[in-house]
Design a protein around this ligand. Sequence first.
Ligand code: BG6
Length: 482
Amino acid sequence: MDPVDLIIFGASGDLSARKLFPALFQLDQAGLLQADLRIAAIARDDISLEVFLEGLRKRMTSYMGDNAPDDEAWAQYSQRIIYSHADFSAVENYGKLKGWLDDKRTSLFYLATPPSLFAPICEHLNSADCLTGDCRIVLEKPIGENLESSRKVNETLAKYFDERSIYRIDHYLGKETVQNLLVLRFANRFVNSQWDQSCIDHVQITVGEVVGIEDRWSYYDKVGQLRDMVQNHLMQLLCLVAMEPPNSLEAESIRDEKVKIVKALRPIDDTTVLDHVVRGQYAQGWSNENVVPGYLEEPGCKSEASDTETFIAIKAHVDNWRWAGVPFYLRTGKRLAEKVTEIIIHYKNLPHNIFGGGASIPNTLIIRLQPNEGIEMTMVSKRQSLKEKLSLQNHTLNLDFRDGNDGDRIPDAYERLFLDAINGDQSLFVGREEIEESWRWCDGLITACKSQGIDTKPYHAGSWGPAKAEILIEKDGRSWHA
Ligand code: BG6
């Protein structure tokens, strides 16, 4: 493998200090970075390398807690880094970068910048002749804000980079447990053979967050929870649950199967939206025993009439042979009662209950992605009792991923994603077609919400969303997993 240079645009931003530099640091500590890997940090601030490094270390330390770098580790890591200040939107600033790049090395350009800079950065890299040799580009979401704008971004990228050199990040795919979903499904025969409409009654995917919009009112108000979380993270989880086995772990095989699922999603239109979508917006409430403001009272609020959703629940259907008649209930929101990401597979009742005492107890498989990563399976067993001959109870088989992990730390998603981008493995990055098809489905849903006046219902911060979200599932005789 050629030696690699990482060029991080937006190096003084929040993402860089919170995720990117700590992830690279952990990889360095684990001996997983090539000894000669170089990092060019590029940002607008006109400061020296020393000042940049000092500020970076301070910020990393505050995010990394016990894992923060000590002096020795920092000295080893920081010698990889150079700093260059530049206004990315001006082509004349790219000459210095050109001088530093080396055609014999792989250049990995990481755009940790606002999306409005994606196109100018690519254009200027090209005009300044920086795109010679093996070049890859890594981008963060959002890739557009609807189908049309995402196409534009993708078209710009395609002018300068081959699809095989474009690494679109959905950080959920880098989470260890999300990758484990593939292993659970495709390395366990008993799971795999029970994974369809003949055995499964319905699927729930919940991504609950305790945080509010965290000083991002201006950004968030334009997107809302559907574009911020469903179009990407929940869609990826749904695809991994619903897709057919890929014929290999090659990026293309996995992407092809995921695209089929997005295309098979039944459109939610004017005739179905009322029964299939609930939108919510948090009002004042409690979080971690503190009173917290409602969305419209958050600092930076610019419109007290905003109807942007901070919560959404959706009943979706995948129209294919495997999933016919199996609803997928999705819900996600800010300022909910708990930070939790979990997928619940509810199996069907057995056709006939020979044990008496009412309905049989259906099995559930709970795949917990965060926190307390693991898998639980509820099994029915006999209560040990002489009085009652055959009384049944639910027992849980518990697989805790924190046990038997090398060390106690579960690696952060960005560690895996950096490693894969460096090694040229695209299987955990999102392909162009997946993104565009996902936007197509979301755009339809958004249009239907607008035309049918599906406005947001208030919910108290610290709750599980508006009461209507309970009704969405309860009217089908089911309930959200508590
Ligand atoms: C980001 C969203 O993509 O994911 C944020 O923009 C959200 O709004 C975050 O809070 C959630 O990520 P995680 O890894 O904390 O579940």
